[in-house]
Design a protein around this ligand. Structure first.
Ligand code: C2E
Ligand code: MG
Ligand code: MG
Ligand code: MG
Length: 280
């Protein structure tokens, strides 16, 4: 529908775009109030050692229970949080919450927290992490921070410096969603990650695509040479798990083992999902 404003200019309304924009603005406004309204939560998904099927840690995943829309996917609200800068207070909240939670877990279990590039560029991240570790009492070695390779894509000195400072605190750094960016390999040369998380797109077609397995073997081989651990993400079947273990992945994560769960529902040992068959 185009509407003349009477002075020879026109304003165009795409009803659909208008609706989408309105919906996003509304979500944005709601997200600003979400923390204060106690709508945010953190779920945890186990990272499982492939060889012994033991839980070695949990990844903290942010959840938003919207009063009217119900659960909103992070895929939807994280980009809004990043665009608006809200990811900085939200990310700090998740970090504090996850570290607090982890202090009551068995002491060999680590907690992994996702970081956005916006947080890394904020200039306050190292200070925030230091303060959170101090106030929660969580040993730095039990915290792993996950960053996606897009964080390093900007090749910005400040980001790299922040990563080195975090590492100097004793915190572990993982590269998330590995293999989805452009020049993943050069990032491995720029920063000594503790862990590579192989993106779930490689895991998804493991059984049907020979090249996926070849790529995974290449990544695990490289990781081993560089003394890095590897986690395969999105493991949904026993078949995938067995392939990944044989390919040398040190850890696995996915619905086959457990879905992300509320803190109160966590267990620290797996009820062998394979009935012992895979535990050789
Ligand atoms: P991610 O860090 O790569 O997290 C893994 C995602 O895969 C999670 O989605 C998890 O629920 C999902 N997943 C786990 N196992 C399986 C599986 O077997 N099959 C399938 N199909 N999916 C599986 P989720 O929780 O929706 O989060 C999506 C993304 O949102 C995360 O990807 C991460 O990039 C971002 N995110 C979540 N929480 C936070 C946070 O606290 N801070 C930041 N900056 N980003 C976050
Ligand atoms: Mg992650
Ligand atoms: Mg990932
Ligand atoms: Mg992902």
């Amino acid at each position: 529908k185009a509407k003349a404003d009477g002075k020879g200019t026109f304003r165009f309304f795409e009803p659909e775009m208008d609706e989408q924009l309105k919906a996003r603005r509304a979500l944005e406004a709601d997200l600003r109030k979400a923390l204060a309204n106690d709508e945010m939560d953190v779920f945890y998904q186990p990272l499982v050692n492939a060889e012994h099927c033991r839980i070695v840690g949990f990844e903290a995943l942010m959840r938003w229970r919207h009063p009217e829309c119900g659960m909103v996917s992070p895929a939807e609200f994280i980009p809004i949080a990043e665009d608006t800068g809200l990811i900085v207070p939200l990310g700090e909240w998740v970090l504090r919450r996850a570290c607090t939670q982890a202090t009551i877990w068995p002491s060999n279990i680590l907690v992994a927290v996702n970081l956005s590039a916006v947080q890394l560029r904020s200039g306050t991240l190292v200070q925030t992490v230091t303060e959170v570790l101090e106030s929660t009492g969580l040993p730095a070695v039990r915290l792993e921070l996950e960053i996606t390779e897009s964080v390093l894509m900007e090749d910005d000195e400040g980001t790299l410096a922040a990563l080195h400072e975090l590492r100097a605190l004793g915190v572990r750094i993982a590269m998330d969603d590995f293999g989805t960016g452009y020049s993943s390999l050069s990032y491995l040369r720029n920063f000594p990650f503790d862990r590579i998380k192989i993106d779930q797109s490689f895991v998804r077609d493991l059984a049907t695509r020979f090249d996926s397995l070849a790529i995974i073997q290449l990544i695990t081989g490289l990781a081993t040479s560089l003394s890095m651990s590897t986690t395969a993400e999105g493991v949904e079947t026993e078949e995938q798990f067995l392939h990944l273990r044989a390919a040398g992945c040190t850890e696995v994560q996915g619905y086959y083992f457990a879905r992300p769960l509320p803190a109160a529902d966590l267990v620290f040992e797996l009820p062998r999902p394979d009935n012992g068959k895979a535990a050789a």
